[in-house]
Design a protein. Structure first.
Length: 89
């Protein structure tokens, strides 16, 4: 899914905690209620569609078209630990 340009913004490293206050604090039970998680890849915050929740994190598929070179492509299979999860939807 391609993000509308109005939804794309730069976030400084110091501001990530303000933008994602629950980053690294999600539990397995929090994630079991979600369909998507957000994770930073190459300084780009991308949605990952959850395929499976494990004891250590989630297996999923990147669900955004990358804006930055070096970020994973839409449809790439990834593993995200609970500590890496910034947000859920």
């Amino acid at each position: 899914m391609s993000e509308p340009s109005s939804n794309i913004r730069e976030i400084c490293d110091e501001c990530v905690g303000k933008a994602y206050p629950k980053k690294g604090k999600f539990t397995k039970s929090d994630i079991e209620k979600a369909k998507y998680v957000k994770k930073e890849f190459n300084r780009e915050h991308m949605w990952v569609k959850i395929v499976e929740v494990t004891e250590l994190g989630i297996r999923g598929i990147v669900n955004n078209d990358p804006e930055r070179e070096g970020s994973p492509k839409n449809g790439t299979a990834v593993f995200v630990t609970f500590a890496e999860i910034e947000d859920t939807a």
